[in-house]
Ligand binder design. Sequence first.
Ligand SMILES: [Zn+2]
Length: 438
Amino acid sequence: MISAVGVAQDASTADYRSSAASPSKISVPPEAQPSANFDAEAATNAYLAEIPSSAKARSDAYFEGGYWLILWDFLYGAVVLLLMLNLRWSAAMRNLSERVTRFKPMQTMIYWAEYIVFATVLTLPLTIYEGYIREHTYGLATQTFGPWMIDQLKDLGVDIVLGALLAALLFGVVRRLPRTWWIWGAAVTVCFVIFVVLIAPVYLVPIFNKVTRLDDPKITQPILSMARANGIPAKDVFQIDASRQTTRMSANVSGFGKTMRITLNDNLLRRGSPEEIQSVMGHEMGHYVLNHVYKGIMFFGIMVVIGFALLRWALEWSLERWGKRWQIRGIGDTAVLPLVLLLASIFGFVLTPVSNTFIRTQEHEADMFGLNASRQPDGFAQAAIHLGEYRKMSPGPVEEWLFFDHPSGRNRIHDAMLWKQENLQALSTSSAQNDTGK
Ligand SMILES: [Zn+2]
């Protein structure tokens, strides 16, 4: 699947009680109130104790289920791809594309369309369980089946168009440069990803959701002021009607160069307290100022080059063994695609902890930037608790390293409380000023 919504995508908070719930008010536990013997550890534990045990059990179950889904997605996908090769469905789709046209790039595009439609149908049971049934079971989804299915079809449409373009480019490279294709193929893939990230906010996101300029000065003023104070030339904040699909609160930085923008979703606007919204926006600005989109593309580029080098070797090895049986003529033959995707999915599966750790490290950087920019440690603790409604709050260290693409809620609250502990004096001065102003 082509995920196009940007490199620094975050989900910040969620609510399965009611998406129409009134804005939450921060209840700062006594242990987290400013005092001479403020202790970050005790304040963190007090915040964690605010979560009812039934809610904790529920979000733990949801999140731990996600670990298994990584495995099932991988295995199910591998079985589908192996069936396509062994039953020579892939060869048959190639033959069909060759009967339609003699123009090679067009053959590749037709093959891709056949492949992606077929693969989508074969994986539909798992997609429905994962994206619809399970999300409803945990109260995270807002769509009925019809609109959900329409979104799936739109998604398929985007995959057909963008995938056909990429496939035609890559097979063109392989056919023209049979020795060095893996280097040029990696370069084309990285350029293609940059292109998709660039067009996503303007052309892809609006296919699924309505994005508008936020024009409530009560919300935008503190955000834009924070932006100016941190050297961000933003004139607008955008909002997206994510409640169409989900109850999760989130915000993200998307785009590249001129299309780069910060977007808040309507769930966050409706349910987040002002302090919470500011802390989340501080975090997003961290992604922006610390150039996380560019660094993400760089990291992705390195992974792609390594991946293509391994791919070249693995393709030769497997085609020598099974190429005849699968009726694949060589690496320039589109029928090889399921094998390429199988090898890529093995690579991606093995590297899950590495990419999680790369993203989680950036998220931690954005957290620290956000605390300094927004000075809302309690707002941030509140955001972490909301997020804990669908993400395990207190995992073990190995578990966090393997599966978490954001710091755990516990670590985020602890960071916030440590920040608060070290800034108590500055905070008390500024809150005294605020009190006289109100
Ligand atoms: Zn983030």
